[in-house]
Design a protein around this ligand. Structure first.
Ligand code: FE2
Ligand code: FE2
Length: 301
């Protein structure tokens, strides 16, 4: 079995051909990403979730347990990344970057609103967002809590303390954009969306979740742009990115494992085997590191 850590320990999956192509990719600037945001508007409150409520009742217990775990991780995750983003907004280096960063924070708030509607109108967990979050926290695994409540919060705190610190900004973007968004969120979105699309169920939520994915791709594009720029200006920062990844990948590997399943054995999410999920996550990360110009960290599998 290949866990996320095994794959990191084995080395990169990108081929030599990929390498020359990826290292020459021209990334979108914060100004371009801001303009793209203006062209991609959507409303979490305009989605029709009527069919979704009927569909939710039709899933079997195992499917529902996997979904509750995955969706609760997203719900709490979206709240965490909204709240902890303020330090990064404070760290802007020019007006275009400031404009882009404010859009990302409001995107994360909108994602939280989508999950609040899903839990309230489809899954019968209401009472307002604060009460909902308190309740769905019971569905999370320990690795999730460690990554979002400890590592992310600490990275945000250090950036708020000194928004001009490039080291704090590199640590934050590596944690937030590379690990949480680029490795975990895009992977979860891919498999959950694929499952719903195959079943033809939950059309309102799927429409919204695809918009979340579209937003997340812009977010990860910003993180990739920032780290590439930082490493280009100060090559010694590549080591800093690697060290942060080496610290976080063991935790991230645990975040992907559904509650109640053995993290050291074979597991599956909605019928997708752990090997496939880990490989998807790792490929996404390793390709982005190539673009940034950072080698894979040495991690013990
Ligand atoms: Fe988000
Ligand atoms: Fe995001």
């Amino acid at each position: 079995m290949a866990t996320l850590l095994d794959l990191a320990a084995q080395g990169d999956v990108a081929t030599v051909e990929d390498e020359s192509r990826l290292s020459s990719i021209k990334l979108m600037t914060p100004q371009q990403l801001y303009e793209l945001w203006e062209r991609q508007p959507w409303s979490a409150h305009a989605l029709d979730l009527t069919r979704d409520r009927e569909d939710w009742a039709s899933f079997d217990d195992d499917e529902r347990a996997d979904m509750i775990w995955g969706l609760s991780s997203f719900f709490v995750g979206e709240e965490r990344v909204t709240t902890q983003f303020s330090g990064l907004v404070m760290s802007y280096e020019d007006q275009s970057e400031e404009a882009y960063l404010t859009t990302q924070q409001v995107d994360e708030a909108r994602h939280t609103q989508l999950f609040a509607r899903l839990y309230d109108e489809v899954m019968d967990v209401g009472g307002g967002i604060d009460a909902q979050l308190e309740r769905v926290r019971a569905d999370l695994n320990d690795s999730f809590v460690k990554l979002f409540d400890e590592h992310l919060v600490e990275a945000g705190r250090r950036l708020i303390e000194d928004p001009s610190s490039v080291e704090a900004k590199v640590d934050f973007v590596t944690t937030y954009h590379m690990v949480i968004e680029g490795t975990l969120a895009l992977t979860g979105q891919n498999f959950i969306t694929d499952f719903f699309e195959k079943t033809g169920k939950m059309p309102g939520f799927v429409e919204g979740f695809k918009k979340v994915s579209q937003d997340e791709h812009r977010h990860v594009a910003y993180g990739t742009w920032y780290l590439q720029k930082a490493v280009c200006e100060r090559p010694e920062l590549a080591r800093r990115v690697q060290d942060k990844l080496a610290e976080l990948l063991p935790v991230a590997a645990g975040v992907l494992v559904p509650a109640g399943k053995d993290p050291f054995g074979e597991w599956d999410l909605l019928g997708y085997p752990s090997e496939q999920i880990n490989r998807f996550a790792f490929t996404a990360l390793s390709r982005r590191l190539k673009v940034i110009g950072v080698g894979l960290p040495a991690v013990a599998a």
